[in-house]
Design a protein around this ligand. Sequence first.
Ligand code: HEC
Ligand code: HEC
Length: 253
Amino acid sequence: MQRLVLVLALLFPAAALSEPISGYQFMEPSTRQLQDDDFLNPAFFLVERGRQLWDGAWPGAPEGAASCQSCHGAPESSMRGVSARYPALDPATGKLVNLELKIQSEIARKLSAEPPQYESADLLALTALIAFQSRGMPLDVPTGEKVAGWLAQGEEIYTTRRGQLNLSCQNCHGEHWGQKLRGDTISQGHSNAFPIFRLIWDEVGSLHRMFSWCMEAVRAEPYEYGSEEYLALELYLADRGRGLTIESPGVRR
Ligand code: HEC
Ligand code: HEC
């Protein structure tokens, strides 16, 4: 029996390890309960705000101007599964975009309006609304030659030690998950619940805000929200989390 286990371990060394575990599993029961119940989930007001923005004329737009709704119809059908596929190459530009950047460009191009800034309540609201439509669906970002360079860049950033503490993302989320760090249990650092309501922020934040928080935790200089570095990292993380389902909008400590 023991020999069999050993042989299996040698044959499939990575399989057991590479089964991704959602950050949800590392949360206290009280935090999980907040995510489990849409009425208690403090991120939910943003989904509702997102729905108002989706349905109505964009703030400041002339009467009768197009809205998300007038082109796309109900988000429940038109946006189902969309966020599971992002970040993706934008057909219009050929560039890698995440959901936030895609929404910004929709507002600029299709509504001819000034897009809300990254991390603004309006952008988080539309992001939460659209991500929510993929809840329960598996992460399914693009693979293959066209994104290979982005994935390689993401992996490079993920595994590079940085900051005064000289730690990489991989050091904490790949090698030390399950361990305690200043009141947190370090998870595998997956992206499947964003945007999240984070209790210690007392508000909703994007994945890129989380990246910056982690970089600051090791006293490294963070990149800009929406930067190529963060997009590459986002794609790499979604690929690394393949098998997980979307929980957005999530709740974390
Ligand atoms: C010093 C250890 C440490 C390092 C290094 C670190 N993180 Fe984190 N990270 C944390 C802690 C602690 C949390 C909050 C608890 C948790 O969810 O893991 C967290 C949370 C996260 C989450 C949210 C997980 C969820 O389920 O909501 C993501 C995503 C993440 N980190 C990505 C990264 C990336 C990308 C890097 C590298 C740029 C990085 N982290 C570097 C400690 C670290
Ligand atoms: C004038 C019509 C029009 C308006 C207004 C419009 N869209 Fe779109 N949208 C489209 C079309 C057509 C596409 C597909 C082609 C593309 O990606 O540009 C699209 C694509 C998208 C996608 C990507 C879907 C995918 O499958 O990858 C998202 C997300 C999106 N729109 C969100 C929005 C949001 C949010 C608004 C409101 C702020 C909005 N759109 C307003 C026509 C519109």
